[in-house]
Design a protein around this ligand. Structure first.
Ligand code: NAP
Length: 201
């Protein structure tokens, strides 16, 4: 039987409750069999020096997802040399999950930018997108992007009915730096991991 797999790619610097809620909502909305979290190795869209060591980001993703039996974390991008492009990851996963539909889970910011991604048309043919609305992207802009993509590539994009959770990784890093609490922004075990490893100070 064909399965449905969610792919939650992210820098996860650090992984926070917004990411977890988004993945769980995608699983519920689309009846996904599982969601694989894939922390980026060297992301294409961020300065190499500004991103925390991938091993820390991977371990935080493992901790944050440990209590959800439908969630997995894959090290495929962090184990890869060079820049991690989503197209390469999706092609690799298509070879493993030959009888599955893959849904790449994103925020609306990423979706409206998709044309700038490497081999965007091929990517949109290989997988579907499950997208959460974000406040900073207007409904008009999002709808026109979704319509354009769906007209060209078939029904590729699903808009998720998720609540707006305006937590951001940048804000979390700034809070840690200035000594503010991040309780309830990240899971308890991720909060302890950040303190124990003295990250983001
Ligand atoms: P991120 O900041 O760690 O976030 C992961 C995803 O969660 C993003 O889609 C983000 O959407 C969303 N998100 C974050 N906070 C959220 C919240 N509070 N509520 C709802 N959604 C939230 O990851 P990222 O750095 O944007 O990267 C996302 C993925 O896109 C990665 O796998 C990366 O490799 C891929 N990417 C690929 C290319 C390429 O292949 N050329 C280029 C760029 C990105 P927002 O972006 O809306 O915050």
């Amino acid at each position: 039987m064909e399965s449905k797999i969610g792919i939650m790619g992210g820098t996860f610097n650090p992984i926070h409750l917004g990411h977890l809620i988004l993945a769980e909502e995608a699983r519920n909305n689309l009846n996904l069999d599982k969601v694989i979290f894939i922390p980026t190795g060297t992301p294409p869209h961020k300065k190499r020096t500004s991103v925390l060591n991938p091993l820390y980001r991977y371990e935080m993703a493992v901790l944050a997802t440990a209590d959800n039996p439908y969630f997995q974390v894959s090290p495929i991008e962090i184990n890869k040399e060079g820049i991690s492009y989503t197209i390469d990851t999706i092609k690799y996963l298509k070879k493993i999950y030959t009888n599955s539909t893959l849904y790449f889970i994103t925020g609306a910011d990423s979706l409206v930018d998709i044309c700038s991604w490497k081999n965007a048309s091929e990517l949109l043919r290989l997988c579907k997108f499950a997208t959460a609305k974000r406040r900073e992207i207007s409904n008009d802009k999002l709808e026109s992007t979704v319509n354009e993509i769906n007209q060209t590539y078939g029904e590729s994009v699903y808009l998720l009915s998720t609540p707006y959770i305006e937590i951001s990784s940048t804000d979390i890093r700034n809070r840690v730096k200035s000594g503010k609490s991040i309780k309830y922004y990240v899971s308890n075990n991720v909060e302890s991991y950040i303190v124990k490893n003295n990250i983001y100070k």
